[in-house]
Design a protein around this ligand. Sequence first.
Ligand code: BTN
Length: 270
Amino acid sequence: MGFDQQLLEAALKAGWKYTYLPFSLHIFDTVDSTNQTLWNLLEQGSKSKVVVIATQQTAGRGQWGRQWLSTTGGLYLSMAISPQLAATDAYQLTLAGAWGIAAQLQKCGVGVGIKWPNDLVLDGCKLGGILTETKIQAGQITQAIIGVGINWANSVPETGINLESWQANQNSRPISCLEMLTSTVLLGIESGMECLSQEGISILLSRYLELLTNIGDKVYVNNLSGTIIGVTSQGNLRVSMDFYDTNKLKTSEIYVEPGTISLGYRKYSV
Ligand code: BTN
């Protein structure tokens, strides 16, 4: 199952405001990781606006050092960007990518939500994820790569869902092929980055929170129960904790860093 570059370029030009593509496309059959392949291309002198797509990955990278299973039928892509951002704000790129892609898929009629911090969810199951990698110099991001994996027609674990099987249960099929999904995702990343750089983190964050599926959920942090109330501009989860102080119920807000707790998935009956 190969990638049809012409179909992708046509889909991109149709959805894009330009008549030319604002990046160069590198399409591979098999790579270890599209993020790694893109870092290699950048080191070899490729100019910043580059996108790498692969049919499959042998060493796909997930968040927190996990492996991302990448058999054929899934979407595996990485886009290089050069944001003007302090290293301490690096997580904003993941928030922007997640919001941009989810919003773009919603525009097409696919009701994707975001599970904190970087998951795309559909019917409570994992549809895809985002892995941002950065190079830092003197406290500034000098180069970043946004890596995206989306389940299209590949097999998925119990907590996952692929878009093809979801569409099979709908009245319409808004995303007609892998190339159209790819174009939608690239457009989503662009719009997320544009929102962050032009409108700023407050607006981006308010849009991200509108698509976040976790608000109001109960969580346990260090065996104490709390309620999710938001996300900070650094990507930390805001949790309101209930506790008793001299027999009085009080609340305090804590901030939980990405990767330190897992929120789990809800599997809804379809
Ligand atoms: C996650 O853990 O949820 C993030 C997964 C990101 C996987 C994508 S697939 C394309 C790109 N290349 C990689 O090696 N990883 C990302």
